[in-house]
Design a binder for this molecule. Sequence first.
Ligand SMILES: Nc1ncnc2c1ncn2[C@@H]1O[C@H](COP(=O)(O)OP(=O)(O)OP(=O)(O)O)[C@@H](O)[C@H]1O
Ligand SMILES: [Mg+2]
Length: 275
Amino acid sequence: MRTMKRLSRRERIAAQLADLKMPGALEALDAVLSGVDGGGTTASEAIERLLAAQITLRNSRRLQTAMRSSRLPAIKTLAEFDFSFQPSIKREQIASLHELGFVERKENVVFLGPPGVGKTHLAISLAITAAESGRRVYYGTLADLISSLEEAEAAGRLTQRLKTLTYPSVLVVDEIGYLPVTRNGAILFFQLVNRRYERSSTVLTSNQGFENWGEILRDEVMAAALLDRLLHHCHIVNIRGNSYRMRRRTELSKTIHPTAAHAREAGRSSSGGSE
Ligand SMILES: Nc1ncnc2c1ncn2[C@@H]1O[C@H](COP(=O)(O)OP(=O)(O)OP(=O)(O)O)[C@@H](O)[C@H]1O
Ligand SMILES: [Mg+2]
């Protein structure tokens, strides 16, 4: 105690932050205090900055842990998403999903739309926000999830595998509709959806409208029962627009063949700009 008294206030705060295991705040301490000493930062701003630094570090550690176990293929965040490129998406709807009320309420989210419009990006960004908030998340394409269920079934561990896949607060099921599904695969997927129904949130993406899911799952009756469960508490984001991947290609071709691109544009504007 006597030693504590001889320490400066800065040193005492540093010791307290170390004692509370707040390395993020500790690292920000000097910068925050010099902001206060310089007169540019108020006391309440200083507290806020210190706590924000700790929260940022905690969230990035949570994300690192989640990236090891969740099988997320990449880090795609909401901040990186260019809403101006995809005007059919309501920014407020996506921002409100990121508040994670849907996870609390165990509701689902479905992103529908053609290739390259950002379905996987937005689905992953939701999983990342959930992981940063300390929730367990897991990612798989429909084909991956089905093959892991089939393997488990063959090894006599289906119940255990279904249980494991029911555990995450957010499960992303990506790419429904691209690869063919066997009838047994569809039955296994139905069982998974059935188990998660009203227990935890599932975020799905598909390039096909719901009317085609019967064909994808090779059984109209089962698809209807599956959709009945999925859509009971569900947020649907229907994306209509151009592929972001193609935009890059168009830009690239303009860089490689600038004169041809200019000539085309000039031709278009001289013909009145009609598409
Ligand atoms: N509006 C956007 N702003 C920034 N990046 C975007 C946007 N839309 C898509 N992207 C990026 O473009 C690429 C393709 O997007 P994504 O993988 O999300 O498409 P998708 O809708 O899932 O397509 P697919 O149906 O082919 O799987 C990704 O690298 C993604 O990060
Ligand atoms: Mg995708």
